[in-house]
Design a protein around this ligand. Structure first.
Ligand code: BTN
Length: 243
């Protein structure tokens, strides 16, 4: 199993754990070794979501981080969106069901979140943390908008097969991005986006704006028209549809 993961992810080392605090945190501790790595755990006790939120990570999900050292500077926001697209696509290959992305880092099925990406930089390293709710059959009441692939499809899924497929798609999309820029992935980002033309709220730090999503641009940024004021292009932020 380790060899196949190593080959597919094209990393120097693979670390498999039963239980860790957070695979992103383990990745940070490994940056000093200067080798690329994949860190996979069956369970996380302190899984991290975006904006300091907790990420519920019991056994039954897919929790892993990719650690690598790009030659030249890469826009983290592009890598996040690219990872979301790769995860969405891999889920489609395995389940034969189409899902959507909620810019920039959620994969959603029937409006419920089934996967999330947390990408971070640490010194010269990039860490892409990917979490997919795979075989959980319930969620705590505090997470009413979360779901799993098993709940949505009625079938349990092979977690390892999903990991391999995400890694394949990630490498494919990363190569396309390196060669042709984000513009080459823009069509796919728009086709599967749940937010285009929607009326939304956007949290950007202390600022909360309401307005309409207009586009995803050639650098993967969200083009947004606030109710008052000029058009904005955002490279990060939390976006919620107003229903
Ligand atoms: C989000 O949607 O807020 C991001 C969720 C990211 C979860 C993954 S699970 C593997 C990796 N380790 C973590 O602690 N977080 C990411």
């Amino acid at each position: 199993m380790k060899e196949e993961i190593k080959r597919t992810a094209d990393v120097d080392e693979v670390y498999l754990f039963e239980r860790v605090t957070s695979t992103n945190d383990i990745a940070k501790k490994l940056t000093g070794k200067n080798h690329s790595a994949l860190i996979l755990a069956k369970e996380q006790t302190k899984g991290k979501g975006r904006f300091g939120k907790e990420w519920y990570s019991p056994e039954g999900g897919l929790w892993f981080s990719l650690l690598f050292f790009p030659q030249d500077r890469k826009e983290l926001s592009c890598l996040t969106l690219l990872s979301t697209l790769a995860t969405r696509r891999a889920i489609e290959e395995l389940t034969h069901l189409s899902s959507h992305i909620r810019w920039p880092n959620d994969v959603i099925f029937n409006n419920k979140k089934v996967a999330g990406i947390l990408s971070e930089t640490f010194e010269s390293a990039i860490i892409i943390g990917i979490g997919v709710n795979v075989n959980q059959n319930s969620f705590p009441p505090s997470l009413p908008n979360a779901s799993s692939l098993m709940i949505e499809t009625g079938k349990s899924l092979d977690i390892k097969a999903l990991l391999i497929e995400i890694l394949r798609k990630f490498r494919e999309y990363y190569k396309t991005f390196e060669r042709d820029g984000f513009d080459a992935l823009r069509g796919e980002a728009k086709r599967y986006s749940s937010l285009l033309s929607k009326f939304v709220t956007v949290d950007i730090g202390a600022l909360k704006l309401t307005g309409t999503v207009i586009d995803i641009d050639d650098q993967g940024r969200l083009v947004f028209r606030p109710e008052s004021g000029r058009l904005l292009t955002l490279s990060s932020g939390e976006v919620k549809e107003v229903k």
